[in-house]
Ligand binder design. Structure first.
Ligand code: PMP
Length: 360
């Protein structure tokens, strides 16, 4: 039985990548040891690191005036790093709240400076969960930056357009990076924890426009300082080397798949397959306005919530793992990142159909 892991993160990785990692686990490139046992300052690792960065730059068409930083600390580390690096004396920062993670970012940023938070979550006339359109956000043109989270992992809401503003846009792309093309030049800073679409947890990417690097010797904890990271090729302290290696394999895999445009087509098909099945069923329900439905995280509910535990346990018996919804939202959630093949979603839909037939 093939198993499919729908976990929101740490999430499944491409099987090809895992097999390659397994093959070279104890003898990496003839070194006689694992990649996790070599110095980050050794020539072979520096080559690996540079190649991973270049592959990411190719995939996302990252302009030359952006630094790519391989950091520690996860998404929440960046919730602190962003205000520490970008808040300026006398300036506030705008924070858009579209769900649980952007709300958590606000709570952290408030420790470091003045935050103007704007909650854009709404209910539509049909009582669906939706968002205020980006053109209606109230933005302060004097803010140091505006922070947003285009894909809310817990809530299953995603927006793809950005506001027009002269203020740098800082985006938490933890659960959507590399899932569809983006125009990097529209952002001041992009960050993402690796454990969904990039690799294992422990690595965090930050893509920072050069003019936003903080002043030299600014009072920022060294491991969160974008300038120090940039000036030291992300090796001011020991980077998460094994996670960096695996991320590099994932980037090569993405190139082999045809790049981000090809992934976007596949991701759209996967998401449509699942949403269409849910929508035509009276047994399952998704309560997000179709305009804002996430391609990556699909929450859904059973009409009879008493069947939740049975659904999760039977799904597991069919090799469909980690479908229990986040405790804030309840119900179920299927996370279908890049590594989830279409067959995984089709298998889930077949299981849901059969579960409905028996219990509906
Ligand atoms: N932002 C988003 C959008 C997330 O989905 C998550 C984790 N699921 C985080 C931030 C927090 O990431 P971490 O646990 O790596 O700190």
């Amino acid at each position: 039985m093939t198993t499919y892991n729908f976990c929101a993160g740490p999430a499944m990785l491409p099987v090809d990548v895992m097999q390659q990692a397994q093959q070279e686990f104890i003898n990496w490139h003839g070194q006689g040891c694992s990649v996790m046992e070599v110095s980050h300052r050794s020539k072979p690792f520096i080559k690996l690191a540079a190649e991973a960065e270049q592959d990411l730059r190719d995939l996302l068409a990252i302009p030359a005036n952006y630094k790519v930083l391989f950091m520690h600390g996860g998404g929440r580390g960046q919730f602190s790093a962003v205000p520490l690096n970008l808040m300026q004396a006398g300036k506030s920062a705008d924070y858009i709240i579209s769900g649980a993670w952007s709300l958590a970012a606000v709570e952290e940023a408030q420790k470091f400076g003045q935050v103007n938070a704007q909650d854009i979550r709404i209910r539509t006339a049909e009582q669906l969960r939706g968002l205020v359109n980006t053109s209606n956000w109230q933005l302060n043109e004097n803010a140091a930056y505006v922070h947003c989270c285009p894909n809310e992992t817990v809530d299953g809401l995603e927006f793809t357009d950005l506001p027009v503003t002269s203020v740098p846009i800082v985006a938490d792309l933890s659960s959507t990076i590399l899932s569809r093309p983006i125009d990097v030049s529209r952002y001041g800073v992009i960050y993402a924890g690796a454990q969904k679409n990039i690799g294992p947890s422990g690595l965090t990417l930050a893509i920072v426009r050069e003019d936003l690097l903080p002043a030299k010797n600014a009072a920022i904890p060294a491991v969160l300082d974008y300038r120090l990271a940039a000036e030291n090729d992300s090796m001011f302290n020991t980077p998460p080397t094994y996670a960096w290696y695996l991320a590099g394999l994932v980037f090569k895999w993405l190139k082999q798949q045809g790049g981000i445009a090809a992934m976007a087509e596949r991701n759209q098909l996967k998401a449509n397959t699942l949403y269409q099945y849910i929508d035509q069923s009276g047994f399952y329900r998704n309560d997000v306005d179709p305009t804002y439905r996430s391609w990556m995280n699909v929450p859904f509910f059973l009409a009879d919530e008493k069947l939740n535990d049975l659904f999760v346990s039977q799904a597991e018996q069919h090799g469909l793992l980690a479908l229990k919804g986040h405790r804030i939202v309840g119900g179920m959630r299927a996370s279908i990142y890049n590594a989830m093949p279409l067959e995984g979603v089709q298998t889930l839909v077949s299981f849901m159909r059969e579960f409905e037939r028996v219990n509906g």
